[in-house]
Design a protein around this ligand. Structure first.
Ligand code: ADP
Ligand code: ZN
Ligand code: ZN
Length: 732
């Protein structure tokens, strides 16, 4: 039956793999693709995004519902961003409605939440000079002042979460004032910088030239620079002409919380306030940053993975820092890789994209080999600093005290005596990973996971690091009543105590997720690490990421062997990256650096290669292993996961899925499994997985596109939660 009004194809947040048809509102111009509309959906009204229109629908006209309201007079999402989201939804096999919802700020997913007030507030000079901590118990005032100090250009009223009385009080004190919305002021070339600008080294200059030369067209450049080689300096020089010409630059970083230095450095050097997009923002702050990027008001947009979906009015360049970092891949829901989307988006936009790392992913190195990416290299450290020497410390048969071998303690003593800082790396937090009964052998296990509980002694807790379950430490063994419970193994909390006892005159500073929970505490810890106030820094991989601690002369990696026995095919790549990144914290200032890696496997070929020949040689060998085993990047993987409280349901569902996949008869796609997940029970749910592998990506895509809609109707699917992960970061 022909319908009179045009039909709109609308993406609605729903787990179904399709769009829904609605009648356009009567009497008005139908909304263009990219506009949000309010539509009836089941018994609810939801916000959807128009993707297209048609004059006919396959659905009977009498059953079609009408759009209730057009929320955007002009499309909110431009065709470019819409294309990105649609491509990502197809490639990562995620329902388009949910993919678009994930790309939008929360406030735009609801009707009526999309406008911010034009009334703005900012800190006055007196307010900027005031430490919010001085406000003592007036916590709400302190929070507002702290927030406005972070945004010297001011914020709209709605982005400040405090009642008007609080703002008035601060105004009366002369610390904040109302102001007009502030556009980004870019100073003209030649304006004074807030920071000294170093003269570039030859390799840096060549890299900057290569990026500048690619201006105005698509090019993917892999910037491989050893730790401390001045990659950030290259980004800054490449970004500068782009923002000065009035265009925008999008910079993706793994975790903003861990790199406040980087953000400050960008803003200061380029003399503009960046729009920041990360998970620590309130909904209003996120909307504001999103709008400032969309309008072109902010020329520098820095964000974590989801910032890849930020609209840009006049894009000129994309930078992905630490491109190897696993956090660029979303691990739940819409499982996209922000790095890979950045390359796709740059191609669509016709702008260059720079992928930077000291330890590039094997995927990116392979893309260099194929000629898809241009390789830019910074083989030496910038300035006068030299790369540290890496040495394996064979600890077999060595007397060990709390994971510290005698030769290591001697080296620590030596560096400390000469005024150097020591960084001790142990990637396990808590006091000890196991608590057991000396009388009967009982072990404290998580009731919801196939895992031991970690002992957190200072907080008096046993905590599961996989599901968060926690309880008070037992005083007696629940099995035999014995009172001799023994903490087995080392975590950072225990190591901290051991180091404090061993080096009573030195200040020991532990940095891990447990010591940095309070807002601002990470910042404070990093400051004392950088300033040299703390002598021994000890921590987890939080300490590995990009930090510049100029006083650190010795880095000790206590337990490298952990990484050698991972069951995932990427385990050795991750281990090598972590070792090189941690090692890279040594010798960045005036003192030469030394790196000691304790191991019980001093002859392990991968470790030796890494230590003796460096990351490049390691990566080349690892890539050859992947080629021989036909693992990514020499094949494509997708992982179908299922979990349920019922132990049999996941396998039953995956069996059905495997049968259906086989029936779709895709030559070139192999199925592995289903098998139980390596940790089968987690958070009270049993988990299983089916791995799909293909030599040609297109074969896998074709199969998934046909298979997944079938799984929606599969009976066994009702008893499980399932998900598909294309290009999984790990197969665990
Ligand atoms: P990376 O990001 O490669 O680890 P950074 O860009 O943080 O390295 O640079 C490391 C240190 O070297 C920083 O303190 C930076 O200011 C300094 N630096 C960078 N380039 C130069 C240069 N050309 N000359 C002198 N110092 C430099
Ligand atoms: Zn016991
Ligand atoms: Zn658990």
């Amino acid at each position: 039956m022909p319908t009179t009004a045009p039909i709109l194809h609308v993406a609605v947040p729903s787990p179904l793999y399709r769009t829904f048809d609605y009648l356009a509102p009567a009497g008005v111009e139908p909304p263009a693709p990219g506009s949000r509309v309010l539509v009836p959906f089941g018994r609810k009204r939801v916000v959807g995004v128009v993707l297209g229109s048609a004059s006919h629908s396959d659905i009977d006209g009498s059953r079609l519902k009408r759009v209730l309201e057009v929320l955007d007079p002009r499309p909110l999402l431009d065709p470019e961003l819409l294309a990105l989201a649609q491509w990502a939804a197809r490639y990562y096999q995620h329902p388009i409605g949910e993919a678009l919802a994930a790309a939008l700020p929360v406030l735009l997913r609801h009707p009526g939440g999309g406008t911010l007030s034009r009334q703005w507030w900012r800190a006055t000079a007196a307010g900027l000079a005031t430490d919010p901590a001085a406000l003592g118990h007036a916590v709400r005032q302190a929070a507002v002042l702290a927030q406005l100090r972070r945004h010297p250009g001011g914020l709209p009223r709605d982005a400040i979460e405090a009642p008007m009385t609080v703002l008035r009080t601060l105004q009366d004190k002369g610390w904040i004032e109302a102001c007009a919305p502030a556009p980004d002021a870019v100073r003209e070339p030649g304006a004074a910088y807030g920071e000294a600008v170093p003269a570039l080294g030859d390799a840096q200059r060549a890299a900057v030239e290569a990026v500048r030369e690619a201006d105005g067209r698509f090019a993917a450049l892999l910037l491989e620079g050893v730790t401390g080689s001045g990659k950030t300096e290259v980004y800054l020089r490449a970004i500068e002409p782009v923002v000065r010409s009035g265009r925008q630059v999008l910079v993706l970083v793994p975790e903003i919380g861990l790199t406040p230095q980087l953000v400050r450095r960008f803003g200061r050097r380029l003399d503009l306030e960046p729009a920041l997009l990360h998970s620590g923002l309130s909904d209003s702050e996120r909307l504001l940053a999103w709008q400032q990027a969309a309008s072109g008001e902010r020329r520098l947009v820095i964000g974590t993975r989801s910032a890849i979906f930020t609209p840009l009015a006049s894009p000129g360049l994309i930078v992905v820092d630490e491109e190897h970092d696993a956090s660029l891949k979303q691990q739940e829901g819409f499982r996209y890789s922000a790095r890979d989307l950045a390359v796709w988006r740059a191609r669509q936009l016709g702008v260059p994209v720079v992928l930077g790392s000291a330890t590039p992913s094997l995927e990116s190195l392979y893309n260099v080999e194929l000629g898809r990416y241009r390789h830019l290299r910074l083989p030496e450290r910038a300035g006068r600093a030299a790369l540290p020497r890496l040495r394996l410390l064979d600890v077999r048969r060595q007397p060990m005290q709390d994971l510290l071998s005698e030769p290591l303690l001697v080296r620590m003593q030596d560096h400390l005596a000469r005024g150097g800082q020591v960084l001790v790396f142990l990637n396990r937090r808590g006091f000890s990973p196991v608590l057991l009964c000396h009388d009967c052998g009982w072990v404290a296990d998580c009731p919801r996971c196939d895992a031991h509980m970690t002992l957190h002694r200072a907080r008096g807790l046993l905590r599961c690091h996989h599901c968060g379950h926690q309880r008070r430490i037992d005083t007696h063994c629940p099995a035999c009543g014995g009172s001799e419970l023994v903490a087995v193994g080392q975590g950072t909390e225990r190591l901290e105590a051991a180091l404090a006892e061993r080096f009573p005159d030195q200040r020991v500073l532990r940095i891990d997720r447990d010591t940095t929970r309070r807002k601002g505490s990470l910042q404070q810890a990093l400051d004392s690490a950088r300033s040299g106030r703390a002598h021994i820094l000890l921590g987890t991989q939080m300490l590995a990421k990009g930090h510049h601690f100029p006083g650190v002369s010795l880095v000790a990696i206590l337990d490298a062997d952990q990484g050698l026995f991972g069951s995932d095919f990427r385990a050795s790549e991750r281990m090598a990256q972590l070792i090189v990144q941690v090692a890279g914290r040594a010798g960045r200032g005036d003192r030469p650096g030394e790196v000691l890696i304790q191991t019980h496997q001093p002859d392990h070929p991968l470790l030796r290669q890494l230590v003796e020949q460096g990351y490049d040689a390691f990566a080349r060998a690892a890539l050859e292993e992947r080629r021989a085993a036909r693992l990514p990047p020499f094949s494509s993987l997708a992982l179908l996961r299922a979990e349920a409280p019922d132990a049999d349901a996941p396998a039953a569902f995956l069996e059905q899925a495997a049968q259906r996949a086989a029936a779709l008869a895709s030559p070139g796609v192999q199925l592995w499994g289903p098998v139980p997940a390596p940790m089968e029970r987690r958070g009270g749910r049993y988990r299983a997985q089916l791995l799909l592998q293909a030599t040609r990506r297109a074969d896998l895509q074709a199969l998934l596109t046909r298979l997944l809609p079938q799984l929606e109707t599969e009976k066994t699917a009702r008893r499980v939660r399932w998900s598909i992960d294309v290009d999984p970061a790990d197969t665990l």
